[in-house]
Design a protein around this ligand. Structure first.
Ligand SMILES: NC(=O)C1=CN([C@@H]2O[C@H](COP(=O)(O)OP(=O)(O)OC[C@H]3O[C@@H](n4cnc5c(N)ncnc54)[C@H](O)[C@@H]3O)[C@@H](O)[C@H]2O)C=CC1
Ligand SMILES: O=C([O-])CC(=O)C(=O)O
Length: 312
């Protein structure tokens, strides 16, 4: 029997990759191929086997395999890139640019060879610049190369608001614009709780503190973990994007998209509100911003541009 399921390759079987693979399987989005570099032992194969053995208990029909051979990823529908190095306390995401750019180059070559029609979602940091690298190196059209930051940053923002107001996270909506760094722009003016404007529910001082905590959300976890960075929420964010694409859900989610004039930026990957469906990014929403919001976004875009300019 040949099963005609979707195929999802997860490159990098570390914390975020393994967690994403498990979520993809649990959601039955398709079969998963987990890939990492070859080593003397074989933790990638071990993790995949362990997850496959959870299938009878959890009752999911998704097969998970682990490999270091890209041939096994052939004809993947979606590829999630989590390969590379994570930061440690005291480092910024941008400190990873050189080492991870090299990883993106080698991984992109394999993806272009074995899955030329795939939609790629990049997680590896500094993610705006790494998404740009994958776009250039694969030669894929812009709508098929997408970066993950906004779903995660918005999730943090929503979680902090729900906690502050003691209201359900389900009812908190909003989004974060810009680069995945300390200059990101949580748009409080567009956030609501059950449709009620957020700015009428929380006083400005508290809201400013939540915005600041959101911007530094990654570093807060890096400092708590001590030896690596967040992985549960990042993996969940990536998988939400993959699900939107694999099921053609037409979700409106923030994503790192290639801009050609939108918001005034050219030849730049930056976080903006998008429509995600079967073909990847199907639309970019351009909102009218206040002068202050545009200024904050300009600052964030400048920070991303600076990292892009050191790419080789
Ligand atoms: N964009 C975002 O919102 C987030 C980004 N990240 C980033 O995701 C990346 C991965 O984080 P973790 O999974 O925690 O790191 P990790 O260190 O647990 O896993 C990374 C894995 O990549 C593998 N790898 C390295 N070079 C490779 C290559 N050439 N081919 C295949 N695999 C390779 C490593 O062997 C390792 O297993 C980091 O760069 C981190 O900063 C993490 C969380 C959120
Ligand atoms: O902070 C990091 O290095 C990992 C990351 O991007 C996040 O958790 O937002």
């Amino acid at each position: 029997m040949t099963l005609k399921r979707k195929k999802i390759a997860v490159i990098g079987s570390g914390y975020t990759g393994a967690t994403a693979a498990f979520l993809v399987a649990q959601k039955e989005l398709g079969d998963v191929v987990l890939v990492d570099i070859p080593t003397a032992e074989n933790p990638t194969k071990g993790k995949a086997l362990d997850m496959w053995q959870a299938a009878p208990v959890q009752g999911y029909d998704a097969y998970i395999t682990g490999t270091s051979n890209y041939e096994d990823t052939k004809d993947s529908d979606v590829v999630l890139i989590t390969a590379g190095v994570a930061r440690k306390p005291g480092m910024t995401r941008d400190d990873l640019v050189q080492i991870n750019q090299n990883v993106m180059k080698s991984v992109s070559k394999e993806i272009a060879t074995y899955s030329p029609n795939a939609i790629v979602i990049v997680l590896t940091n500094p993610v705006d610049a790494m998404t740009y690298t994958v776009y250039k190196e694969t030669g894929f059209p812009k709508h098929r190369v997408i970066g993950q930051s906004g779903v995660l940053d918005t999730a943090r923002f929503r979680a902090f608001i729900a906690e502050e107001l003691q209201m359900s996270v389900k009812d908190v909506t909003g989004f974060v614009l810009g680069g995945h760094g300390d200059t990101m722009v949580p748009l409080t003016r567009y956030a609501t709780v059950g449709g009620i404007p957020l700015e009428t529910l929380i006083e400005k001082e508290r809201l400013d503190a939540i915005v600041d905590r959101t911007r530094k959300g990654g570093a807060e976890i890096v400092n708590l973990l001590g030896n690596g960075s967040a992985y549960y929420a990042p993996a969940a964010a990536m998988v939400e994007m993959a699900e939107a694409i694999l099921k053609d859900q037409k979700r409106v989610l923030p994503a790192i998209a290639y801009l050609e004039g939108e918001y005034g930026y050219h030849d730049l990957y930056l976080g903006v509100p998008t429509l995600l469906g079967a073909t990847g990014i199907e639309r970019i929403f351009e909102l009218t911003l206040t002068e202050d919001e545009q200024q904050a976004l300009d600052q964030s875009a400048k920070a991303v541009e600076e990292v892009k300019n050191v790419l080789k």
